[in-house]
Design a protein around this ligand. Sequence first.
Ligand code: 5AD
Ligand code: SF4
Length: 477
Amino acid sequence: MATNLADGLGPLAKKLFIKTYGCQMNVYDSARMAEVLAPLGYAPGEGPEDADVVILNTCHIREKASDKVYSELGRLRLIKDQRAEDGQQTVIAVAGCVAQAEGEEMLRRAPYVDIVLGPQTYHRLPEMVARAHRASQSGERGGGVLETEFPIESKFDHLPLQRQESGVSAFLSIQEGCDKFCTFCVVPYTRGAEFSRPVMQIVAEAEALVAGGVRELTLLGQNVNAYHGLNAEGREIGLGSLARRLAEINGLARIRYTTSHPRDVDDDLIAAHGDLPELMPYLHLPVQSGSDRILEAMNRGHDAESYLRTIDRLRAARPDLAFSCDFIVGFPGESDADFEATLDLIRTVEYAQAYSFKYSSRPGTPAAGMPRQVPEDVKDARLARLQALLMEQMTAFNEASLGTTCDVLFERPGRHSGQLVGRSPYNQAVHVDAPGHAVGDMATVFIETCKSHSLGGRLLEGDRPESGARDEKRLSA
Ligand code: 5AD
Ligand code: SF4
């Protein structure tokens, strides 16, 4: 996905092109990188062909991420050479988790790359770009800039406050890094130790976004509910309390957060789901596997039973809560019985949405060296069965929306005049004929049609349920 941010600089502005891979954290980071470069005169361009600075913001979590980056870099090299013949300079930067993991190796394998920077160093990007320019103007060879240290100071103290550019719904990064060390995962190595931004910094950013028209915030973190930021009194607070504080902001209608870990769902967060209508009743709570043996080998720090208990407690606090999840099939040593346990867990929970992956061995992680790696064809067969079951549940969830009413937050114009497209509390796209309404409005909608990727409904004015509330039909579905 390419990130493009409007900026309003004149025709003399230098052009920036950022290509973003992977998670929402990277989307957020790309926006921040564009913002630190804006004061230097960089405005977003259409593509790499006319860009003075090209940034690949990479993701390392699954599959052959670095191979993909190197082949993209091969294409960029041709563009850079072509532009050089026309007397134009191109700075190529690789950011994100592949950059963090590859480091110096990347500058060796692709010497035309000017900057390799890890996720914790984005605030130093202007200085790096200036250094790269100087190096290439002086014809210096091997002048590549490498910044992959985990600095003592936080990048959040140096990045500008997020400007409002994303319309109705915006991401806000509140926490980064992970100390959980699941044995399959590279995040603790590429994103570093857990870090929580101070409450007041988050509140200031949220208020600025809301003042600019944002009505829905998605709080981001690799382990977002491990959040433990300092408040104005210097006391640590958790995600539940942070959500309560943010819910006080006038004009902020919806709060979401992702991605959470079952181990960090504490009593206060559960209570917040019961207390705050702003906290959307839709929670991404990955379990990865339903087998205790595999959960143990994954170092998840919980078993299937405790995960199910957490789901029950959340549902007790907020009965209309729906869940989404991540699953990995074919983790080393996963037997047929282990896999069946995952299917059983799925049948018990009934998910609204899910993401499932074949285990892919990540160099340097403990699971990569484990015995009894599962053959590809077994992984394929398990993934197909798992996805078929999840697809049934996702379809059933969407179909259960028929005949219900819900609040829809309008995000963009629809296909024909008078139509708007918004989101239900469950993040479903909803198409509505709403000529009297504008993007940014919230309206009560009766759901009449259900397609595979969206719902359709009609306005029900007057009778407004609270944000996120569903009627009896859904509650008993
Ligand atoms: N193989 C397969 N899936 C993985 N994930 C993370 N690491 C791996 C891996 N090595 C999945 C997990 C995680 C999601 C973001 O990506 O399900 O929750
Ligand atoms: Fe990776 Fe596990 Fe941390 Fe999630 S909790 S980022 S899967 S190590």
